[in-house]
Design a protein around this ligand. Structure first.
Ligand code: ZN
Length: 148
């Protein structure tokens, strides 16, 4: 029986985190919805004795929300790290393309990616990997995808 943790194991954990994240988030939203509906119901009632009885749902929902958000975070950070594995500067590059929405607006993706040739380019940024290319370039120098 193999006990070596591999990608498969990590992928399973990430999937678990994502599923848990969605479940917790869904529960939180459901509880919040019930709490708000109850509050609105009591507020609109003609009888002033009608009080919201389920408003505590809202406070129960908060930890669910936090846990769900944490799970989703863990699930997707893991994916980003794995995606970058084997690349030169995975974290910088991932962060740069994330921050710049894949367009390299901050110019960081470019420096993290290629050397002198790319650094003098003044043309379009690759929408896929964020590397800047020459003005006349039809395809990205770094990843080969077509430039819009
Ligand atoms: Zn590219």
């Amino acid at each position: 029986m193999s006990t070596t943790p591999g990608y498969a194991d990590q992928a399973r954990k990430r999937t678990l985190f994502r599923v848990l994240g969605v479940v917790f988030m869904g529960t939180a939203l459901l509880l919040m919805g019930l709490a708000i509906a109850d509050f609105v119901h009591a507020f609109n009632a003609d009888d002033f004795d009608t009080q919201p009885t389920k408003f505590w749902y809202f406070f129960v929902a908060l930890p669910f929300f936090a846990v769900g958000g944490g799970c989703l975070n863990a699930g997707f950070i893991g994916a980003a790290a794995r995606y970058g594995a084997g690349e030169t500067m995975p974290v910088v590059k991932d962060s740069a393309s994330y921050l710049s929405d894949g367009r390299g607006i901050l110019g960081v993706g470019r420096t993290a990616d290629e050397g002198s040739a790319a650094s003098t380019a003044t043309g379009p940024f690759c929408s896929r990997c964020g590397v800047r290319n020459d003005d006349s370039a039809k395809f990205c120098d770094a990843c080969g995808s077509a430039l819009g």
